[in-house]
Design a protein around this ligand. Structure first.
Ligand SMILES: CC(C)c1ccc(C(=O)O)c(O)c1O
Ligand code: FE2
Length: 285
């Protein structure tokens, strides 16, 4: 039984400096601060009540959450994962409240990444009140490290409902809707979230953030540039604990009937058609 993922929903990041991480998420990234406890600060970037949180802890232990359709699907997903040998834990009431979801399950994938599947994601009645005018329209995709992209591509496409849109070398860009991709698997000898993408309204927003990030001495690690894969114009920059953030605009949508996956070479022009070179070690070797 295929696990039917509807959307990528949230990331939960850990940090040793909650104050600095919170400052970055609001003042630099531009998200709206929402729930706040002594140890955990939440943020939102779209209609959902929370799409990103920072918590005190080991930065290597980050989590990505995906939305499933309903409780039955969640139960079926738990059974499928357990049959595959994964240890599946059910979220406690307190953990569900922290995530603003009705229910969720958590497990580690074969490479050790912490993945959650959730249902009943709370939506806010108020529109997002961004901390700065970055032009964000929403949280859109994640890059996940993978120490075995073939194995992990199999999980997302055969156990779950993802499809390959493109590959750059062994790096697949996977879609779970018409949007070109929601998950990128970045070959590396580690696991967890590699980058977090927010869509912005226009190329002007990308350029404006480029200027702001430079002024604020935030390390820019790629771009501005344009991906030949999704067609998006982008900029990547480094946040607390080495987490990479991406703003992009203009990601192509895929026609499921006619689209055929493409294979790009693992070279700089496959990542940027304007000539920018990534200063991200996993993309350069
Ligand atoms: C993982 C890399 C840097 C990548 C490649 C292509 C796209 C895209 O087509 O939009 C990305 O968003 C990426 O993050
Ligand atoms: Fe990306």
């Amino acid at each position: 039984m295929t696990i039917h993922i509807k959307d990528v929903a949230y990331t939960r990041l850990k940090t040793s400096d909650l104050g600095a991480a919170t400052d970055f998420a609001s003042r630099i990234l531009g998200l709206q601060p929402v729930e706040r406890t002594v140890r955990c600060h939440g943020f939102r970037s779209n209609e959902r009540a929370m799409t990103l949180s920072y918590e005190e802890g080991n930065p290597g232990e980050n989590i990505v959450g995906f939305e499933l359709g309903d409780e039955d699907e969640l139960d079926r997903a738990a059974a499928t994962l357990e049959a595959m040998g994964h240890v599946v834990r059910r979220g406690s009431r307190e953990q569900c409240e922290q995530r603003c979801v009705r229910d969720f399950i958590g497990f580690r994938d074969a490479g050790g990444a912490q993945i959650e599947f959730a249902v009943g994601l709370e939506v806010s009645g108020n529109r997002v009140f961004y901390s700065r005018d970055a032009g964000i329209t929403g949280f859109s995709h994640v890059g996940l490290f993978s120490n075995d992209p073939i194995r992990d591509e199999h999980f997302w496409t055969q156990v779950c409902n993802a499809r390959v849109s493109d590959r750059v070398g062994e790096l697949p860009l996977l879609r779970i809707s018409q949007i070109h991709h929601s998950i990128a698997l970045i070959p590396a000898p580690r696991s967890g979230v590699q980058h977090i993408n927010h869509q912005v309204q226009s190329i002007d927003d990308v350029q404006r953030s480029f200027a702001l990030l430079r002024k604020q001495n935030v390390p820019i690690v790629f771009g501005p540039g344009r991906h030949p894969t999704s067609g998006a114009r982008f900029i990547y920059f480094e946040g607390p604990d080495g987490m990479v953030f991406e703003y992009s605009v203009g990601v192509n949508e895929v026609d499921e009937e006619t689209y055929r996956e493409r294979q790009f070479g693992f070279e700089p022009t496959s990542f940027c058609m304007w000539g920018a070179k990534p200063a991200i070690k996993e993309l350069t070797s």
